[in-house]
Write a protein that binds this ligand. Structure first.
Ligand code: PAF
Length: 283
């Protein structure tokens, strides 16, 4: 009982929680705009916490936002099924040493008449995630442009699991926020299967999690060969419905030129009806 009381107090006093743009921009100003920012959609796992830990390493205050951004879901069912674990998220953030959490209220973050962000994403909006999830990157650009404008952080942190998103954010920052430093943090993986940690994994059964572990093996296999065919077949034999598995060049995600120094293998597919993405950077 005493221990619970203590934890409750610790949680209340160490982590500040904000809801409205006015109050969070006041907090940001109080930090002289020198703070690190980790935007999330909640359902936090060790991958998110590693972003917070990397942010903490800069020794500046760390702000985390949790906002299930409706603008980036083109599928209402997908939005409805997205896991929401706010109480647990706050407790994890408090223990990881975040300083403040921003939980935007939709009508305040997106007031009526908010101007549309003009940003040419080039090929990024037309291939892989851009092609498979129409409007997705427009929604990501909308929320990040608004968050960065309200907050004006010095450093922002993203997970490399969402490789194409990292490339989109690079374009957004280059066009509108040249003073923000972007940090892309390596993917956290399950220590046994190599499965990339993702909020969507919460929707998989134990069997599904084991099956999904083959995605990492397939990426490694594809990385070692000039063709992805064998890896693709391995995944379909395991019952994974592959949407794409390809070797590409960076940063334009074109079909890999073997002489290009920057390459990756990218994957998207379904396990038990849950859409998962992953990638491996090749050096
Ligand atoms: O990667 C995510 O969780 C989201 O796309 C982001 C960057 C928080 C924007 O809603």
């Amino acid at each position: 009982m005493l221990k619970n009381l203590y934890l409750h107090r610790y949680f209340q006093f160490s982590l500040k929680v904000f809801y409205y743009t006015k109050e969070i921009s006041r907090w940001a100003k109080c930090q002289d705009d020198v703070f690190s920012f980790v935007p999330t959609m909640g359902a936090l796992h060790a991958g998110h916490l590693s972003l917070v830990e990397n942010a903490r390493a800069l020794r500046k205050p760390v702000l985390v936002s949790i906002f299930l951004n409706p603008a980036q879901f083109n599928n209402a069912e997908d939005l409805k099924k997205y896991p929401q674990t706010l109480a647990q998220d706050l407790s994890l953030l408090s223990r990881t040493g975040a300083d403040a959490v921003y939980l935007p209220v939709t009508h305040d973050l997106y007031p009526e008449g908010l101007a549309e962000v003009v940003l040419d994403l080039g090929i990024l909006d037309k291939v892989f995630e851009g092609l498979q999830r129409p409007g997705y990157f427009k929604g990501v650009v909308k929320v990040l442009h608004r968050l960065f404008s309200v907050l004006n952080p010095a450093d922002v942190f993203f997970g490399q699991k969402d490789l194409q998103q990292c490339l989109v954010v690079e374009k957004l920052i280059a066009a509108y926020f040249p003073n923000i430093r972007q940090h892309n943090i390596p993917t956290q993986r399950d220590s046994q299967t190599g499965l990339a940690l993702s909020s969507r994994n919460l929707r998989l059964s134990d069997e599904g999690l084991l099956k999904a572990g083959y995605i990492n093996k397939a990426l490694k296999m594809a990385a070692e060969m000039s063709s992805t065919e064998k890896a693709y077949n391995m995944l379909t034999n395991k019952g994974i419905d592959v949407e794409y598995l390809e070797r590409v060049t960076l940063p334009d995600l074109q079909t890999a030129d073997p002489d290009s120094p920057h390459k990756a293998v990218v994957f998207a597919g379904y396990v038990e009806g849950v859409r998962l993405i992953d990638n491996l950077l090749l050096h």
